[in-house]
Design a protein around this ligand. Sequence first.
Ligand code: ADP
Ligand code: MG
Length: 499
Amino acid sequence: MMTTTATTEISHAVTEFLQREQRLLIDGEWLPAQTGATFATLNPATGKPLCYVAAGDAADVDAAVAAAQRALSAWAATPPAQRERLLHRFADLMETHKEELAQLETLDNGKPFRVAYNVEINVAIGQMRYYAGWPTKLTGETYAVSSPGFHVYTRREPVGVCAAITPWNYSLVMAAQKIGPALAAGNTLVLKPAEQTPLTALRLGELALEAGIPPGVLNVVTGFGHTAGAALSHHPGVAKVAFTGSTEVGKAIQRAAAETIKRVSLELGGKSPLILFDDVEDLDAAAEAALWAIFSNSGQNCVAGSRLFVQAGIYDAVLERLATRAQQLVVGPGLEASTDLGPLISAEQLARVQRYIEIGRRSGATLVIGGERLGGRLADGYFLAPTIFAHVADNAAIACEEIFGPVLSVFRFEDEEEVIARANALPFGLAAGVWTQNLSRAHRMAARLKAGVVWINTYDWFDPAAPFGGMGESGLGRELGRQVMDAYTELKTVWVKVE
Ligand code: ADP
Ligand code: MG
């Protein structure tokens, strides 16, 4: 019997977009890099170039920062209600071009179109709308100082020119997550998307102009980390850098930012524990959550639940269930409707993950399932089978380091004290999950786990209203929620002598 797989048809608008050589957005104009250099962005499902993009470097960053500086005072002085209207119009255009944006994301990153279209683009739009509402809600305070005859109050002012340096795993969402609060607070921005996935950021740049956001308020400089990214993080004209990416690069950015005391917010790596207690009500639901905690986005997720701790009483049952379900997952091109897991982002990332699998094998851990690159019709792309290791030593490299791929390590534990110590043993502290029916235990665990976010009987939920960020080497500062508005504003205290 023939089976056919429904495949998303690429829209005319996307085809046309990919035929154009993509330029930098500086001061409302689309310019080639000053050197004329370009680079190809590849489709990770095929390994073939999708499109050529300008390779911006320090000179282009200078031009973009200068444009952002020129646009700053007028944008900061734009009435809050008008900034709201412009950001809502931007969100409306994202909605109008939803299919196109989701297709670009799938082509550039490889992820299932189903997820890009039904989840991620909605998340990005939801964030833009949430931040669109903030300009009219920013407030200062007055203070009951004890010295008589003073009126003391605070004002929230924009920080200035901001830089956003974003990763390739959720490029559209990460761009929205930084553009929204930066512009809402009256800052101007230079966005440098990851070199692996520049396309949705460029399309967002077009939509921002179409929405009427003034030239220079949002600039997009595509290019590499060590050139464009480094130039932004060293630039004296940049007042704040918002970065999402690896812990290693986060450290370099924080060092660079120190030169001029830039504000920095960092969303970095993780090795997040997901802990299943044997009192879980529904074992299948818990196993299913654990499955998606690691395998969604092919494991290329900062909050991936890459360390699964299972209490002894349910360990065998959970491991068996996980192996069965992982085997059923369909790995394939993101444009095919049946695909659960797309390819990894690049040949380098595939090689890196394969290296970890090899290290895991040699460490004496048991490879339960997966481990191999997929061939046949998938041979040109960077496809890897979902991989599960059991009997992993706590100090093994695969148990301690962020792999950023579809590789799960499963550990057995006996009791609460033990699992807290083991879960908290790493320098990371991004996310954690706990499954239990015991209410007191759930709250005890939430209080004691070293993580910026703890999910109880769920995993990987986000909302623009809820703050997110990491402890320890997982980050600095919080994004989302009202808290991010603090990160994109300066607080000024005003003393007035009242005679
Ligand atoms: P990954 O290792 O997963 O590719 P990175 O942390 O290297 O993640 O990349 C995240 C973002 O940081 C990308 O936009 C990348 O270009 C940028 N980047 C990489 N190196 C530097 C650097 N030295 N300075 C500034 N930005 C950088
Ligand atoms: Mg690409």
